[in-house]
Write a protein of this length. Sequence first.
Length: 109
Amino acid sequence: MSSKELYPEVTPENLKEKHDLAPLQMDAWRNFSKTVFKEGVLDEKTKQLIAVAVAHVTQCPYCIKSHVPQAQKAGASKEEIMEAIWVAAEMRSGAAYAHATIAVEAMKD
C-alpha cells in the first residue's frame, strides 16, 4: 500500500465533503483551531513549534505537513523545528522507559 493510499492528499473537494457531513462540528473545529493558535501569552511561533512536536508524538502526517510550514511562516528556523522534534522524540521514548516500571512490577506477579 502506498502512502498516498494510506494518507490521501487533502483537497478542496474532500474538505468540503467533511464539512458537508458535519457542518456544525467542522465550523466549531475551525473556530477552536483559530482561537488556539492566536497569539496570547505564547507567541504564534512557540505555539507552532509545540504543534510540530506534538504532531511527531501523535505521528500525524497531515499535522506535520501543515504545522512545519506554519512554524516557518511564524519565524521558526529549520534548526528550531528540528530541535522541537528532538524534544518530542525524547518525551515519547521517555514515556516508554517510564512505563517499564509497569512491566517490572508485572514480572513480580
